[in-house]
Write a protein that binds this ligand. Structure first.
Ligand code: SF4
Length: 287
């Protein structure tokens, strides 16, 4: 088996390879037993181990919500940020520290409602980030209100008896139209199945969206049925935005795999060649 460059360096230095456990912190998740976010945490640690990324070379930035607790459970750098602002934070981090692998994590409410504007512009800018959205079509941490991806007739939302009556937001279509360079979907109930896709998303240059079907068993138990309903996407990933648009517009939210893989160059301004340092950028904000 061929070793990655990092594996080779670790071997040369006599270091044992990193395992999934090495990426877990000693903080115990407070998620409900059976929540899909447990599967995402497991998949992420396995992916980082496959990539043999040094924990200090990885930053995980999140917003607010159940899934946004994930940085606390990882042994990498983490930033549990402000509601809906994870992509703005992560963009600043990646632009000023291109040596870091920057992952962004959160839920559908955080990312598509409060952070909706940041989502559009992160896709458009195409900074090299991997955005993992654990979508359970509701706000779990505030006890089950409808979110932008809730079905219009979902009647259990605390503030929307009878359903919202509003068509759900389609994150993958919006991501493609806004310029995202990689679009995939995985299941939070199949960690091993998610690993190769997360790995590909992290390795792909530019802005990658990984949409995770992550059931909330407390406020929408029917989502456990996703496990039986999902299927591998019937066709290979395309790099043609026109073909991808046709696929995504007719997507029923249950196709797993890489759905679009673009070849747009990432946006990475070279601040050093412009004579700009992080200290210069911070100076106007000193109090
Ligand atoms: Fe997961 Fe839902 Fe529990 Fe939040 S409320 S931890 S989303 S199962």
């Amino acid at each position: 088996m061929t070793m990655t460059m990092t594996e080779q360096m670790l071997a040369d230095e006599g270091c044992p390879a990193m395992t999934a456990k090495d990426y877990r912190s000693d903080v115990k998740p407070v998620w409900c037993p059976g929540c899909g976010d447990h599967g995402v945490l497991l998949a992420l640690t396995k992916t980082l181990a496959e990539l043999q990324l040094a924990p200090e070379k990885v930053s995980v930035v999140s917003g607010i919500g159940c899934s946004s607790r994930i940085p606390a459970y990882l042994n990498t750098y983490g930033f549990h940020g402000v509601h809906g602002r994870s992509l703005a934070l992560a963009t600043g981090l990646k632009v000023s520290r291109p040596d870091q692998t920057v992952l962004v994590a959160g839920g559908d409410g955080d990312g598509f409602s409060i952070g909706g504007n940041h989502f559009l512009h992160a896709c458009r800018r195409n900074v090299d980030l991997t955005y993992i959205v654990m979508d359970n079509q509701l706000y779990g941490m505030t006890k089950g209100q409808a979110s932008p991806t809730s079905a219009p007739d979902w009647e259990k939302g605390k503030l929307t008896p009878g359903g919202t009556g509003i068509n759900p937001f389609h994150p993958l279509v919006v991501a493609l139209a806004s310029g995202a360079n990689f679009i995939a979907r995985v299941s939070g109930t199949n960690a091993n199945g998610a690993v190769p896709i997360l790995k590909e998303a992290i390795e792909h240059p530019g802005f990658s969206l990984v949409h995770v079907l992550s059931p909330c068993i407390t406020y929408n138990r029917e989502q456990l049925d996703w496990k039986k309903m999902v299927r591998p996407a019937p066709v290979e990933a395309t790099n043609d935005p026109g073909r991808a648009a046709r696929r995504l517009m007719t997507d029923d939210n249950l196709n797993l795999g890489v759905l679009y893989k673009g070849d747009r160059a990432p946006y990475q301004p070279d601040l050093r060649s412009r004579g700009v340092s992080v200290a210069d950028l911070e100076a106007p904000f000193q109090v």
